[in-house]
Design a protein around this ligand. Structure first.
Ligand code: ASP
Length: 308
């Protein structure tokens, strides 16, 4: 049986930059490993890259450690407003939702937008109506809230009042988005990104994660990309599509595309964050401008590797 699949997942850039307790880091890495093993089984069975990224992203959304689905960060009103996007590299089909609450798995709703609507991006109330139309039950607010996120919002509000510029620690607490990219046994690519966004963000703010070409992108002729970090920086540089252009038009491999992309991100907008990328040949690469990014990968069906 051909095992030439590749898979990468991330749990956010910056989130662990200031965590000195190794036990906390180990919990994150263990979760990433479990998700990768699940994805391995899915891809080895012959599932498509889209199925694999949707499943991996859903598992990470279900884990309160990460800033997506359950455990999403809170906005300025103490509410959860989530964004998610998914893309199929076979035909550039894409689906996304933005500023939604009460959806346990926004990535699954994004997939429904991709497969079952004539649109790419649905937001807020309209996205919720579409979810109900598709038979998705709304999940009560308390499911999404964790004590850590409430504390984090309080700290962010305090910091906001106390200082205009962010201290290092403040920056580190803002990220934690999740993402997955895959190449299946047939060589098809897919990407998914899902997030609660940034702590204490303005109500109605949408980040890069559901913006096709910014925080998520997949095209069989180039690569699959999921980004994490300060979303405005990724939108302004059309980051994910820029990496894809490096692969398609400059014949870069995943490693070169990530390195060149991050150089550009730094140079143009002093961008903060990280990225995972699988190119059309199944090569995996990651990088970040923050100190850390929780992530892991399986290249060409090989060993499961996790890093932060
Ligand atoms: N990129 C996400 C956003 O700006 C945040 C993150 O990656 O943690 O909404």
């Amino acid at each position: 049986m051909q095992q030439n699949y590749s898979l990468m997942v991330h749990g956010g850039a910056g989130a662990l930059d200031h965590v000195s307790d190794d036990r906390v880091a180990v919990r994150y890495l263990e979760s990433i490993r479990v998700v990768l093993e699940h994805g391995r089984e899915t891809l080895a069975r012959g599932a498509t890259a889209v199925e694999a990224v949707e499943q991996c992203a859903s598992l990470l959304e279900d884990d309160p450690l990460f800033n997506a689905g359950c455990g999403s960060v809170l906005n300025e009103n103490g509410k959860v407003e989530m964004d998610a996007g998914i893309m199929d590299g076979r035909d550039l089909a894409a689906g996304a939702v933005a500023a939604v609450g009460n959806i346990a798995n926004p990535v699954q709703l994004a997939r429904l937008v991709m497969d079952g609507s004539e649109h790419v991006l649905l937001i807020s109330e309209g996205a919720l109506r579409f979810a109900q139309h598709c038979g998705i039950k709304l999940t009560p607010d308390h499911y999404f809230f964790t004590p850590e996120r409430i504390k984090q919002l309080e700290q962010a509000r305090l910091r906001g009042r106390m200082m205009l510029d962010h201290d290092e620690e403040g920056e580190a607490q803002k990220y934690g988005t999740i993402g997955a990219v895959a190449r299946d046994r047939d060589g098809n690519l897919a990407a998914a990104t899902s997030t609660g966004g940034i702590v204490n963000k303005r109500s109605g703010r949408v980040g890069d994660s559901p913006v096709i070409g910014a925080g998520v992108y997949a095209d069989n002729t180039s690569c699959a990309v999921s980004a994490t970090g300060y979303g405005e920086d990724f939108m302004r540089t059309v980051f994910a599509k820029t990496l894809a252009d490096f692969v398609e038009f400059r014949d870069a491999d995943a490693r070169t595309a990530v390195d060149q992309g991050l150089r550009l991100l730094r140079r143009k907008v002093s961008g903060r964050g990280g990225v995972i990328c699988i190119d059309r040949a199944g090569r995996c690469a990651s990088g970040m401008t923050t100190k850390k990014m929780i992530h892991g990968w399986i290249e060409h069906g090989g060993e499961t590797l996790c890093r932060f």
